[in-house]
Design a protein around this ligand. Structure first.
Ligand SMILES: [Zn+2]
Length: 86
C-alpha cells in the first residue's frame, strides 16, 4: 500500500472533535509503519501529527493500553505524563 493511501485511510479513521478521550474508541492499525518524507514513522505518531499538526518529539504511549491503537486522543506524550505525576 502506498504511503498516501495509508495516510488517507488513517485520516478517515481519526475522530475529529472529542470532549473526553474516553468518548472515542480505539482506532486499530495493523502495526505497519508509514513512510512520511522518506522516513518510516510509527503509525501512532503519524496519527498524532495528522490531528495536532506537528510530529511529537517526545516518546509517546497509549493511555488505553491497546498496542494497536493509533487514536491520537488516546496518545499521551511522555513529558506531559511526567509533569502530571510531579
Ligand atoms: Zn486506544
Amino acid at each position: 500500500m502506498s504511503s498516501i493511501r495509508q495516510l488517507e485511510l488513517l485520516i478517515r479513521k481519526i475522530p475529529r472533535e472529542v470532549p473526553d478521550w474516553t468518548a472515542t474508541e480505539c482506532v486499530e492499525w495493523g502495526g505497519e509503519v508509514i513512510n512520511v518524507e522518506r522516513r518510516a514513522r510509527s503509525p501512532q505518531k503519524v496519527a498524532y501529527m495528522l490531528f495536532h499538526g506537528e510530529f511529537p518529539k517526545q516518546q509517546t504511549f497509549r493511555r488505553c493500553g491497546n498496542k494497536r491503537c493509533v487514536n491520537p486522543h488516546h496518545v499521551l506524550l511522555k513529558d506531559i505524563e511526567r509533569a502530571r505525576a510531579s
